[in-house]
Design a protein around this ligand. Structure first.
Ligand SMILES: *[C@@H]1O[C@H](CO)[C@@H](O)[C@H](O)[C@H]1NC(C)=O
Ligand SMILES: *[C@@H]1O[C@H](CO)[C@@H](O)[C@H](O)[C@H]1NC(C)=O
Ligand SMILES: *[C@@H]1O[C@H](CO)[C@@H](O)[C@H](O)[C@H]1NC(C)=O
Ligand SMILES: *[C@@H]1O[C@H](CO)[C@@H](O)[C@H](O)[C@H]1NC(C)=O
Ligand SMILES: *[C@@H]1O[C@H](CO)[C@@H](O)[C@H](O)[C@H]1NC(C)=O
Ligand SMILES: *[C@@H]1O[C@H](CO)[C@@H](O)[C@H](O)[C@H]1NC(C)=O
Length: 657
C-alpha cells in the first residue's frame, strides 16, 4: 500500500507472518461440499486435464478455495475448461457458503438449476461466454450479497426483471451480448459503477437512473432511446418509473408485477386520493385547534422547556411570528418526510414518556414512547445558528436519504427556541455501549464476525451518504453507530454540522477528529474517512479514542497503534476479547491496514468511502488472494478471457521468509 512508509510496511508484514506462524492450520475436509463438487464434475463433460484427486482434500483441488478452517468451499473457479451441457441440480447449488463462482468461457447451456437460489453468500458470479439460455435466472435475484454479476455473451432472453434491484450491493452488472428484450427497468443500486446491456433487443427509453452510463453500455439495441442515445420519440411508452419519481407513500415493491400503464394509473390515482385525505386531515386538525386554542398539552416526561416551547409554538401564538399571514399551525408543526411510517403529531410526542438516552455534542437525545406504543428517538439540538429556511433545506436533504445502513430522519420541528429531530429507535443500542459497556463482568464480548459486519455495514451507510446523498457525516463516532439485533449497523446523526457555527468544530470528540479539521473547522468527505478509520481501530483494539472534549480520559488511537506496531509488541494492538477466536489473525491485520490507510494524515492519501467498502468486501474472509484473482474474471478490470486455472494457482504466501 502506497500509504505506508517502508518501515511501516515492514512491520505490518512482520505482524502478518508472526500471526500466521502462531496458528498452524487444521487440515480438515469440507466433506459435503466435496461430494457436491465430485457430483458436478462426474455429471458434466469437461476437458481431461481437469482432474481432482479424490483422496486429497477438496481444498487442494485446482480451482477450489476453502475457508480458513477448511469446512466450506468459498471459491470455485473453472474458467475455460470446456465444461459442456447443463449444470446439474444438487451439485454447485449445494455449496451453501460459496463466495465466488466463475464458470466463464465454457460451453455450459440451458437454465441455471433452481437450487442456485441457495447460494446466498455469493458475492461474485461470472457466467459470461457460455451458451446459457432461458429467462433472466430468478435464482440470481435472491443472491442479495452479489457485487459483481456477469451473464454476458450467453443466450438469455425475455425481459430484465425489476427484481435486479434486490441486489442492492451490485457494483458491476454485465448483460451484454444476449437476447434480452422489452424495456430496461429502472435499476438503482447505490454503488453500481459498471453497467453494460449492449447488443440485446431492448426497446423503449433508458431510465434516468441509468442515463449516467456511456452510450457504449447501451449500443446495439436498435429500439433503445434516451439517455446517452438519441432522444426518444414522445409516443414511446416510458419504462417503469424510477422509485424516486413515484409520488410519496406509494409502495414501490408491489408494483413490479403490474403493467407500466397500470403502475402510472395507480400512482397518479392513489397520489390524488392521498393528497385529498391529507387535505381533509389538515382541515380537521386546524378546525380542532381553532376551537380549543388554549387547551395546553398534558404534562410530559420531555423536559419542561421542550414541552413549554413546543406547546406554545404548536398550539398558541408563537413568538417568532415575523412573517405573519399564514397560520402558525402551518409554520410550527412537526414536519414529516414522505415514505414515513409514523402518524403522530407534536402533541402526541409531548404526551410521550421520555427518557434521556445521552447527551451528545450536538444536543440531548431522548427515547420517547408514544401512547399508541410507537418508540422514536427525539434529538433536541442546541446552539443551532442557521435560519429557519436553511434549517429546512438541510432537513429536506437529510430526510430524503434512505438506506438500510442509515438511521432515517423521520421528522423535524423548528421554532425559535426549540429544534427537534425525530429518528427511528434502534433497539440494540450503540456500538459504543456494546464495545465499552461494563467490560469484564460476565458480559458477552462482541465477536469478530459481528465486528466485521458492523464495519462493513457502517461503511456502506457512510458511502451512501457520500455518494448518493452528497452529505458529509461530520460526527462519526461509535456512539453514532446504532445497531439492529442482528448487528447490522446504521449511521446516525449525519449531516448536522452545517447547522452549527464554525466556532464549534465538527466532530467535537477530539479522538475522531481529522488533523486538518482542527484548523479548517470544516468537515469533509475525507475527514469522515479519517473518523471512520478511528472507528475501525476502535473495533480492532477495543479501546475508546480520546474523549477529551467531554472531559473523559482516552488516547489518540491512530498514534497509539502506530507506536505499538513500531515497538513490535504487535499482538498487543488487538482487543484481548478477540484473542479467544481462532483463524481471524489475517483478517484482523487486513482490517488494520484499511484503518491505517483511512487515518493517513494527508487527506488525499485516504481512500474514498466507496473504496473502503470495496476493500472490506474484498478482504480475504478465507478466500485468500481473491482480490487478485477476481480481477481476471472481471471485464471492467481487463480480462484476457482465457486464463486456465492451473496458472492462477500461484501460492498465495510467497512472502514467507
Ligand atoms: C492423491 O492424493 C493423495 C493424498 O494426498 C496422494 O498420496 C496421491 O499421490 C495423490 N494421487 C495423485 C495421482 O496425485
Ligand atoms: C436450499 O437449502 C435448503 C436447506 O439447506 C433446502 O431445504 C432447499 O430445498 C434448498 N433449495 C433448493 C431450491 O434446492
Ligand atoms: C429478494 O431477496 C429476498 C431475500 O432477501 C428474497 O426473499 C426475495 O424472493 C427476492 N425477490 C425476488 C423477486 O427474487
Ligand atoms: C427464449 O428462448 C426460448 C428458447 O431458448 C424460447 O422458447 C422462448 O420463446 C424465448 N422467449 C422469448 C421471450 O423470446
Ligand atoms: C418492446 O418489446 C416488447 C417485447 O419484445 C413489445 O411487447 C413492445 O411492444 C415493444 N415496444 C416497443 C415500443 O417497441
Ligand atoms: C459493452 O459491451 C460491448 C460489447 O462487448 C463493448 O463493445 C462495449 O465497449 C462495452 N461498454 C462498456 C461501457 O463497457
Amino acid at each position: 500500500m502506497a500509504v505506508f512508509s517502508n518501515s511501516g510496511l515492514a512491520v505490518l508484514l512482520f505482524v502478518y507472518v508472526f500471526l500466521l506462524l502462531g496458528h498452524g492450520r487444521v487440515n480438515s475436509e469440507p466433506t459435503q461440499d466435496k461430494q457436491a463438487l465430485l457430483a458436478f464434475l462426474n455429471q458434466t463433460p469437461h476437458e481431461n486435464r481437469l482432474q481432482w484427486n479424490t483422496s486429497d482434500s477438496a481444498c487442494n483441488w485446482v480451482g477450489v478455495k476453502c475457508d480458513p478452517t477448511s469446512s466450506y468451499v468459498y471459491t470455485l473457479r473453472l474458467p475455460g475448461v470446456a465444461l459442456v451441457g447443463q449444470i446439474p441440480a444438487n451439485t454447485i447449488g449445494l455449496l451453501s457458503q460459496l463466495r465466488v463462482l466463475s464458470l466463464r468461457s465454457n460451453r455450459l447451456s440451458g437454465e441455471l438449476p433452481a437450487d442456485f437460489s441457495n447460494l446466498t453468500a455469493l458475492h461474485s458470479l461470472y457466467l459470461q461466454d457460455n451458451l446459457f439460455s432461458g429467462n433472466f435466472p430468478a435464482s440470481v435475484t435472491q443472491m442479495t450479497r452479489l457485487t459483481r454479476l456477469d451473464l454476458s455473451s450467453n443466450k438469455f432472453n425475455g425481459t430484465i426483471p425489476f427484481a435486479v434491484n434486490n441486489l442492492t450491493h451490485l457494483t458491476g452488472l454485465f448483460l451484454q451480448n444476449n437476447d434480452f428484450s422489452g424495456n430496461l427497468p429502472s435499476i438503482n443500486p447505490v454503488s453500481l459503477d459498471d453497467f453494460n446491456v449492449s447488443n440485446n433487443r431492448l426497446n423503449g427509453s433508458i431510465p434516468t437512473t441509468l442515463a449516467k452510463f456511456d452510450a457504449s453500455s447501451f449500443a446495439g439495441n436498435p429500439n433503445l432511446c434516451g439517455g446517452p442515445l438519441r432522444p426518444c420519440n414522445p409516443f414511446f411508452p416510458t419504462p417503469a418509473p424510477s422509485p424516486s419519481s413515484i409520488p410519496p407513500l406509494i409502495p414501490v415493491k408491489k408494483s413490479k408485477k403490474l403493467s407500466k400503464a397500470a403502475i402510472i394509473a395507480i400512482s397518479v390515482g392513489s397520489g390524488l386520493i392521498l393528497l385529498l385525505l391529507l387535505l381533509i386531515l389538515l382541515l380537521c386538525l386546524r378546525r380542532r385547534r381553532q376551537r380549543q386554542p388554549t387547551k395546553p398539552p398534558k404534562p410530559t416526561a420531555l423536559p419542561r422547556t421542550v414541552s413549554a416551547a413546543a406547546a406554545e409554538a404548536g398550539t398558541s401564538s408563537s413568538k417568532d411570528d415575523i412573517t405573519g399571514g399564514s397560520s402558525e399551525a402551518e409554520r410550527n408543526k412537526l414536519v414529516f418526510f414522505e415514505g414515513g411510517i409514523y402518524s403522530f403529531d407534536l402533541e402526541d410526542l409531548l404526551r410521550a414518556s421520555a427518557e434521556v438516552l445521552g447527551k451528545g455534542s450536538v444536543g440531548t437525545s431522548y427515547k420517547a414512547v408514544l401512547e399508541e406504543g410507537t418508540t422514536v428517538v427525539v434529538k433536541r439540538l442546541k446552539d443551532v445558528v442557521v435560519t429557519k429556511k436553511d434549517f429546512e433545506m438541510q432537513m429536506e436533504t437529510l430526510g430524503n436519504i434512505k438506506h438500510e445502513n442509515v438511521v432515517p430522519l423521520r421528522a423535524f420541528y423548528y421554532s425559535k427556541d426549540e429544534k427537534l429531530l425525530v429518528y427511528d429507535f434502534m433497539v440494540a443500542g450503540s456500538l459504543s455501549a456494546l464495545l465499552h459497556g461494563s467490560r469484564g463482568s460476565g458480559r458477552t464480548p462482541l465477536d469478530w464476525d459481528n465486528r466485521m459486519k458492523i464495519a462493513l455495514s457502517a461503511a456502506r451507510g457512510l458511502a451512501h451518504l457520500h455518494v448518493s446523498g452528497k452529505v458529509v457525516h461530520g460526527n462519526i463516532k461509535s456512539s453514532n453507530i446504532l445497531l439492529r439485533p442482528d448487528h447490522d449497523a446504521s449511521v446516525s446523526d449525519f449531516g448536522l454540522t452545517p447547522l452549527f457555527g464554525t466556532s464549534t468544530p465538527p466532530n467535537r470528540v477530539a479522538g475522531y477528529r481529522a488533523p486538518e479539521v482542527v484548523e479548517t473547522r470544516k468537515a469533509t468527505f475525507k475527514s469522515d474517512v479519517y473518523s471512520f478509520g478511528v472507528l475501525l481501530l476502535e473495533l480492532l483494539t477495543g479501546k475508546a479514542p480520546n474523549q477529551a472534549s467531554l472531559g473523559e480520559e482516552g488516547i489518540d488511537l491512530p498514534r497509539w497503534v502506530q507506536s505499538v506496531v513500531r515497538e513490535e509488541w504487535t499482538a498487543e494492538v488487538f482487543d484481548v476479547e478477540l484473542m479467544r477466536y481462532h483463524n481471524i489473525e489475517e483478517e484482523m491485520v487486513q482490517l488494520l491496514q484499511i484503518a491505517m490507510a483511512c487515518v493517513s494524515t494527508v487527506p488525499d492519501q485516504r481512500p474514498s468511502m466507496q473504496e473502503v467498502v470495496r476493500m472490506i468486501e474484498d478482504m480475504n474472509r478465507g478466500e485468500t488472494d481473491d482480490g487478485l484473482r477476481q480481477s481476471s474474471d472481471d471485464p471492467s478490470k481487463g480480462s484476457d478471457g482465457q486464463t486456465p486455472p492451473p496458472e492462477s494457482r500461484t501460492p498465495p504466501r510467497a512472502r514467507t521468509p
